[in-house]
Design a protein around this ligand. Structure first.
Ligand code: ZN
Length: 124
């Protein structure tokens, strides 16, 4: 085993050895979510969630894309997805949050991927 692979593994495990980041990636494997959504689930202040999202994004585990007023994050790392499946089991169903204001919670159709990034939320 060469040193680089150990280094990569250490990086990955330390990334996930964090309760909030682990819960974020667990939530994101169920589907895209915006910061306010994760904030409502994790009950942490938004700057804190954003900080953890940035760490995950810089590591290439998640990516964000802007739609209207919201940035949606999703899991893009298949290795992380497999690890979560091994350790936590299958991803649960995404559940809308009554107190969250994002389109994912209020209109499921609007949070489906739209080609060209068209913004349904602007119409309202
Ligand atoms: Zn939401």
């Amino acid at each position: 085993m060469d040193k680089d692979r150990y280094r990569q593994a250490v990086r990955l495990f330390s990334l996930l050895s964090h309760p909030v980041r682990l819960r974020i990636v667990d939530e994101l494997r169920r589907g895209e979510a915006c910061v306010c959504h994760l904030q409502a689930i994790l009950k942490r202040p938004q700057p804190y969630i954003s900080q953890q999202l940035r760490v995950l994004r810089e590591a290439g585990v998640i990516e964000g894309r802007k739609r209207g007023l919201y940035v949606y994050y999703r899991l893009i790392d298949e290795q992380v997805e497999r690890l979560l499946l091994e350790t936590l089991g299958p991803a649960g169903e995404p559940s809308p949050l009554p107190l969250c204001a994002c389109p994912r919670c209020h209109d499921e159709a609007e949070s489906l991927p739209l080609p060209g990034g068209s913004v349904a939320a602007e119409v309202r």
